[in-house]
Design a binder for this molecule. Structure first.
Ligand code: HEM
Length: 502
């Protein structure tokens, strides 16, 4: 017995040692190729991840800003044994984002696979190309027009909820905006209502929050990366329990929607009883009828991807816009002036034409996304050698494309920390580097939902501002940036509100 234990232990040790030697050799090879790149001190195997272990979630962005000041354009970090190159300049980011070969996402996205499978956000190669081609028409302008009605209805509910707040008293508007965005994406993606704004006890909504929180919890704890350890841990168990709620819900909606659609086809009805507006899900179901082979799981991963990508991102950006408008009354007044010109005394919902006329509000939204991009970093695995400036980035390393840093580049913005919507006046954008502003990414893997997002943001913000004057109770310099799955203010968006009529 003792002998067997000894043999097995030696065998396990030999495997571990071989693996460590392989990692060290790989590191040595990369170091030779990456000679000359600056970066923090790193050790074999653990890299510079040790400092991350002691870092609080709200310190991540601060550390990131310090590194931006120190290294300016590019630096090398070691995430454990893996080399990660951070790109901070528009000129470098352009090379990475324009690449049609280096489109594979980095390991960080693997944590999303349980929920999103390999849908549009997380897939790569042929699968991604085919899906992108198939899904792009779903974001056509004509189709987006249908969603504007949903944006308006849900925003109206938000305004009714806000009316119940005590005017002049501080409160956090962020959770209300998030619930509104969740209602919008549920109805747009699946054609179903979860009433996140009015109903506090939806299992689905609770599971969305729990799963997002638990993905982040795992991402910040390397000892939970191994799947079998994660599955055994209490947080992992909670994750899979909530995940089941999410998948069961999406599966049920798909089945019901499929049945309703085929009933409509067999009766040859023009109006469907499913509702006149088409959800993204209907467009995917139609694609299966038009020759695309999509299984239930294929459709689910795309619907789940919209759910994930399509609510936190917009909620964060709307929250930041309210925060900035509440700190800059003169900008808020100009937005309201524009809204008065469009709506006069009318209480009607905004049409797509009204939204297109909101030019100044659009500049405000763009400037908000410059200062506080909902997705501050994008990660890619380099699969083919790439040259940025005078640096060769070899295949096998990860690149971290830092949208947050690019947007604060002093060469392209004279006062980068200042909120100034005029940065987006045509005369100011015309000569700027095209990759100095990329909140929706750029190149082949840019955000497919960006027009949807802009229309949604305009609808929610204009609905709030037509009814209320907002005043922020925290200043820009005091706010602590929190890197969750999206970039958000640590303490929410604290405001006081007053009715416009007064
Ligand atoms: C302000 C709101 C939004 C921002 C800032 C934003 C930003 C981004 C960024 C930076 C990416 C690239 C991610 C990467 O390469 O890893 C992306 C991809 C994506 N976004 Fe958005 N997004 C927003 C809203 C939306 C909405 C509303 C939807 C859907 C309705 C959506 C769907 C997607 C999808 C499916 C992808 C993956 C595209 C692909 O790889 O082909 N996004 N988004």
């Amino acid at each position: 017995m003792k002998m067997i234990t000894l043999i097995l232990t030696s065998f396990a040790l030999a495997i571990i040692v071989t693996y460590l030697v392989k990692l060290s050799y790989r590191r040595y090879q990369f170091l030779r190729k990456l000679k000359g790149l600056p970066g923090p001190k790193a050790y074999p195997i653990v890299g510079d991840s040790l400092e991350m272990l002691y870092l609080k979630r709200n310190e991540l962005m601060k550390m990131n800003s310090e590194k931006r000041e120190l290294y300016k354009s590019i630096y090398l970090e070691w995430s454990g044994p893996f080399a990660e190159i951070h790109l901070l300049r528009p000129e470098y980011v352009e090379v990475a984002l324009k690449s049609t070969v280096n489109i594979t996402k980095s390991m960080a996205y693997d944590f999303l696979h349980d929920w999103l499978g390999t849908g549009l956000l997380t897939s790569s190669g042929r699968k991604w190309q085919e899906r992108r081609k198939m899904i792009t028409p779903a974001f056509h302008f004509g189709i987006l027009e249908d969603f504007v009605e949903i944006f308006g209805e849900k925003s109206r509910t938000l305004v009714e909820i806000l009316k119940k707040q005590k005017f002049g008293e501080e409160f956090d508007i962020y959770p209300m905006i998030t619930n509104c965005a969740l209602d919008i994406i549920c109805e747009s993606a699946m054609g179903t209502t979860v009433n996140a704004q009015e109903k506090k006890d939806s299992d689905y909504v609770r599971a969305v929050y729990e799963v997002s929180e638990l993905i982040l919890y795992r991402a910040l704890r390397p000892w939970l990366y191994a799947e079998f350890i994660w599955k055994m841990s209490s947080h992992g168990k909670a994750f899979y329990r909530n995940l089941k709620t999410l998948h069961d819900f999406t599966n049920k909606v798909i089945v019901e929607r499929r049945e309703a659609t085929s009933k409509k086809c067999s009766l040859n009805e023009s109006d469907d009883g499913v509702g006149k507006k088409k959800a993204f899900l209907d467009l995917l179901l139609e694609a299966t009828e038009n020759g695309h082979e999509l299984s239930q799981a294929d459709i689910r991963e795309e619907v789940d991807t919209f759910m994930f990508e399509g609510h936190d991102t917009t909620a964060a950006s709307i929250g930041w816009a309210i925060f900035l408008l509440g700190n800059n009354p003169e900008v808020q007044d100009r937005v309201v002036e524009e809204l008065n010109d469009i709506f006069g005394d009318s209480d009607r919902l905004a049409t797509i034409h009204d939204l297109n006329d909101m030019k100044y509000l659009e500049m405000v939204i763009k400037e908000t996304l410059r200062l506080y991009p909902s997705v501050p970093f994008i990660g890619r695995l380099v699969t083919e050698d790439m040259v940025v400036g005078e640096h060769l980035i070899p295949a096998g390393v990860w690149v971290n494309i830092e949208l947050f840093s690019v947007h604060r580049c002093r060469d392209h913005y004279s006062d980068p920390e200042k909120f100034n919507p005029d940065n987006f006046l045509p005369e100011n954008t015309k000569s700027r580097h095209p990759f100095a502003y990329v909140p929706f990414s750029a190149g082949p893997r840019n955000c497919i939902g960006q027009k949807f997002a802009l229309l949604e943001e305009k609808t929610i913000l204009s609905s709030i501002l037509r009814k209320f004057r907002v005043e922020s109770t925290e200043k820009q310099e005091d706010i602590c940036l929190m890197m969750d799955l999206v970039l958000r203010p640590e303490s929410g968006v604290k405001i006081k509100m007053y009715p416009r009529e007064q």
